[in-house]
Write a protein that binds this ligand. Structure first.
Ligand code: ATP
Length: 276
C-alpha cells in the first residue's frame, strides 16, 4: 500500500485499438513514480502517442479505446475519465506539434490553460508570473500573436499553457520535434527544473533518445505496441543494442562496413527488462 502511493501513473497490460480493429498497443505496462521523469522511446508508429493518450483520456476523440488492461492515475481509472476532469486532478498533456491558438497572444494562450480551474484574478496573475519565471522568453513576447512566434517559443507556449493548470503529472509528446538543438536543450533544461523545483512528474515521448535518456530517471522502449526494453535512463543509455538501434551509434568490427552491419542487425529482444 505504501509502495503504491509512490506511483502516480500506472499502465497494466494495456491494449488499445482504434476504430475497434487497429491494434496500436498490445499489452503495455509501465509506471511513473512521483517526482520522476520517464522517457517513452521508439520509432514511428511504435505507440508512444497512443500510450500518452490512453493515460490522459484523449483516445475517444480519435475513435480509440482501451480494450484490455488498466490505466490508473493516482490509483483511479483514468482511461475512461473526462480529460478536463483529469486536468483538474493534475494530469495535463502537451500534444505533439506545439498546438497554440495562433490568433491569440502568447499571454491569452497561457490564460486559456488556467481556465479549467476557474482562478480568481490574483491567482491568475500568480500563475502567469510563475510561468514567466520558468520561460522568461515568453514574458518578452507576451503580447505577440502566438502564431508569429518561433517554433521554440510556440513549444514553450504549449508547455506553459499546460503548466497554468499546475499539473502533478505532465505528459509531453515529442517536445524536440522540428526544433534546433540549442532550443531543444533549453526546453529539456526547463523540464528538468520543473521536476527539481516544482516536483512535477513527467512522462516524455521522444524519438530523440540520446537527449531523453540524459534527463530521464527511467525509460521504456516501445516497439509495435509493446515494451521491448526498460530500465533506468543510465542503464538504457549504456546498452549496446539501445545505442545501436535508438541512439544511432554504430559498432563496427574488422572488415565490416556500415552496410554489412546494417544487414546483420538484430532487433532487441522483446519483453526484456534490465531492472524491475
Ligand atoms: P510517431 O512517433 O510517428 O508519432 P508513435 O510511436 O507516437 O509514432 P502512435 O501515433 O501511437 O505511434 O501510433 C501507433 C499505431 O497506431 C500506428 O500504427 C498508427 O498508425 C496507429 N494510429 C495512431 N493514431 C491513430 C488513429 N487516430 N486512427 C487509427 N490508427 C492510429
Amino acid at each position: 500500500m505504501t509502495v503504491q502511493s509512490d506511483v502516480l501513473l500506472s499502465l497494466q497490460n494495456v491494449h488499445v485499438a482504434y476504430d475497434g480493429i487497429i491494434a496500436a498497443l498490445r499489452g503495455v505496462s509501465l509506471e511513473v513514480k512521483k517526482g520522476s521523469i520517464v522517457a517513452l522511446l521508439g520509432g514511428n508508429g511504435a505507440g508512444k502517442t497512443t500510450t500518452l493518450k490512453a493515460a490522459s483520456g484523449l483516445l475517444a476523440a480519435e475513435r480509440g479505446a482501451v480494450t484490455v488492461g488498466n490505466v490508473l492515475y493516482q490509483g483511479r481509472d483514468s482511461a475512461h475519465r473526462d480529460p478536463r476532469e483529469l486536468v483538474k486532478a493534475g494530469l495535463s498533456q502537451v500534444l505533439e506539434g506545439r498546438h497554440c491558438f495562433p490568433h491569440f497572444s502568447v499571454e491569452e494562450n497561457l490564460i486559456a490553460g488556467a481556465l479549467v480551474r476557474r482562478p480568481c484574478r490574483a491567482e491568475l496573475a500568480r500563475k502567469l508570473d510563475r510561468v514567466y519565471q520558468q520561460f522568461p522568453k515568453l514574458k518578452a513576447r507576451r503580447y505577440s500573436l502566438a502564431g508569429l512566434t518561433s517554433g521554440g517559443e510556440q513549444q514553450m507556449v504549449a508547455i506553459g499553457r499546460a503548466l497554468m493548470a499546475e499539473p502533478a503529472l505532465l505528459l509531453l509528446d515529442e517536445p524536440s520535434m522540428g526544433l534546433a538543438p540549442l532550443i531543444i536543450e533549453e526546453i529539456f533544461e526547463i523540464v528538468k527544473d520543473l521536476q527539481t523545483d516544482d516536483g512535477v512528474s513527467v512522462l516524455l515521448a521522444e524519438q530523440n533518445a540520446t537527449l531523453a535518456l540524459r534527463y530521464a530517471d527511467h525509460g521504456y522502449v516501445l516497439e509495435n505496441g509493446r515494451v521491448c526494453i526498460s530500465g533506468t535512463g543510465a542503464q538504457l543509455a549504456a546498452r549496446e543494442d539501445v545505442k545501436e538501434f535508438y541512439l544511432g551509434v554504430e559498432r563496427r568490427g574488422p572488415g565490416e562496413n556500415r552496410f554489412s552491419r546494417m544487414r546483420a542487425r538484430r532487433r532487441p529482444a522483446h519483453a526484456e527488462s534490465v531492472s524491475s
